[in-house]
Structure formats: C-alpha cells, structure tokens
Design a protein around this ligand. Sequence first.
Ligand SMILES: Nc1ncnc2c1ncn2[C@@H]1O[C@H](COP(=O)(O)OP(=O)(O)O)[C@@H](O)[C@H]1O
Ligand SMILES: [Mg+2]
Length: 246
Amino acid sequence: MQKGIIAIINHKGGVGKTTTTLNLGKALSMCGKKTLVIDIDPQANLSQSIGVEEPDMHVYQAMIDNTPLPIVNLAENFDLIPADLDLSEAEVKLQNDVNGYFKLRNALKSAKEKYDFILIDCPPSLGILTTNALIAATHILIVVQSEYLAVKGLQTILKLVESARENLNPDLEVAGMLITQINKTVFRQNIAETLRNIYQGKVFQTAIRQNISLAEASSVGQDIFSYSPKSAGAEDYMALAKELLS
Ligand SMILES: Nc1ncnc2c1ncn2[C@@H]1O[C@H](COP(=O)(O)OP(=O)(O)O)[C@@H](O)[C@H]1O
Ligand SMILES: [Mg+2]
C-alpha cells in the first residue's frame, strides 16, 4: 500500500502496539512518506514515549469539541497528535453521544489529504475509542505477541473488525498481523509458525524480534532510529515499512 489510515490494535496491553505505531511511523517517514501518528490511548504512552508529556491540546478536544487537530511536528515528514490522561473522560462523553463512534473519523477529515499514512495507536481494550479508530481507518494492523494466549485472543479482534466492516465501515481491510517480541526459543518460533499456518497470507513476513533497545528508546523519549539506528529493532521496523510499501 502507498497510503492509508491504519489502526494498530489488540485488546491486550504490553504486546507492542505503541512501539509499533511509533517506530513503523518513523520508518515510513524516513521512506519519504508523510506520516502522522495519533495517540488515542488514555494512558498516553505514545505521547510519553516520544517525549511529549502533558500537552496543552490533545486529540480529545478535537474529537469532542471539534477544535482544530493539535498536530506536533516531531521530525521531517513525521507528526504526532498527542493524548493525555483526560482521554478517559472522553469515553464517557462519547458513549452519551449518538455520533460517538464517528468522532475520530470526522476530526481527521481535514488531515486525511495531507498525509500518506496515519497510524492510530489504540488502547488495550475493544471499547468506544478503539471502535472510533476502526471507523476512521482504512486498514487495521493487528499486533500479536508470540504467546499462546495472544493467539487465542485473535478471534475476538477479528469478530470486532468483521462487525465494524458490516455495520459501519465497509471498506475496512486487514493490512496484516504483526508478530512481535519473537526470540529464538522453540516455543515462540512454534507460535509464529502456527499463526502463519492459520492465517496464511495475512501475517507479515517481517516479525519484530525481542530487542531491549526498543524498550530503552521509549524510556528516554526517542524512536529506535534516533536511539540506536543499527539495532535489531531498527532493522525490523524498517523491514516492516518496506514490506508494507511493497
Ligand atoms: N520487540 C520488543 N522487544 C523488547 N521489548 C519490547 C518490544 N516491543 C515492545 N517492547 C516493550 O514492551 C512493553 C510494552 O510495549 P508497548 O508497545 O507499550 O505495548 P502496548 O502498546 O501494546 O501496550 C514496553 O515496555 C516496550 O518498550
Ligand atoms: Mg500502548
């Protein structure tokens, strides 16, 4: 694909959604694609992991109050719309609004034309914020940790995607499943293989290896290409960007 709005989802926390949004986003921008990453997780991990804490304006006002999108430029071709902890209140407001599911799509209308890629970092739940992402998106990318229980949870996500497609967003496509935190243990390799067997062409060829530099980078507010450009993490996320673009 050459452009699109990709919701990065999984209702489990700690699987690598935020890491993927940030580093795939940065990799796409380095490939010359104008890229926007959006934090819609009330925990605001994406904003924090790129060093944007307690922003004056965040995605919540744009969704609820129709204010202009608060876009923060991070690097050439690379922008962020931050979240902050107030976003948890947004969930209640959205639930009480008849158009509550469509707020993100509406808020993004003006930005859509300005970017090749918009990546949405979803919260670890399948609630109304994630549904907003599924309606705003053209594609979803499901992050799967190479663990037995993670594989079991996939059916739940695929059902939600199917229901979003049938009822709300008929053009929604699965860009692919991304296996993360893979290592050399036979167990994790087997899980990756099982996933590839079950979901066939839907799993990205590129898997993201377990790499401590990825965790270190976010703890100092940097993406992996700024923090450690030669690390396995940088190599894997660049390979993923190229696979997505090919
Ligand atoms: N490939 C990886 N190797 C090592 N650590 C990782 C990797 N991907 C993510 N992490 C770390 O695991 C934790 C959870 O990742 P995160 O992206 O925040 O998950 P999620 O957004 O799904 O909750 C973070 O501390 C992150 O730095
Ligand atoms: Mg996260």
